[in-house]
Design a protein around this ligand. Structure first.
Ligand SMILES: [Zn+2]
Length: 84
């Protein structure tokens, strides 16, 4: 994986956030709260939530796995299931 690919990869991973209610990936930013945490809203069910670690796929030890899955063009939801 070259440097450029990694940059793109990290940018994408940042937005792999799932609705805690319906697990939808259709999340939009919805401002922020007092402690500067990003707030999000689910476009599927309308639920608003704050970014939490458990809503993200960031674990460094799974990045390699995620990258492999991305190369295989598996959906982001599939990646989330595989990496969790
Ligand atoms: Zn939802």
């Amino acid at each position: 994986m070259c440097y450029t690919d990694q940059k793109i990869f990290q940018k994408e991973v940042h937005f792999i956030i799932f609705c805690p209610v319906c697990k939808s990936e259709r999340i939009v930013k919805n401002g922020s709260i007092h402690n500067k945490k990003q707030k999000f809203m689910c476009k599927e069910c309308g639920r608003q939530f704050v970014e939490e670690p458990e809503n993200r796929i960031i674990p460094d030890e799974t990045k390699e796995l995620i990258d492999r899955l991305l190369l295989e063009k598996i959906s982001l939801a599939g990646i989330a299931r595989a990496a969790s």
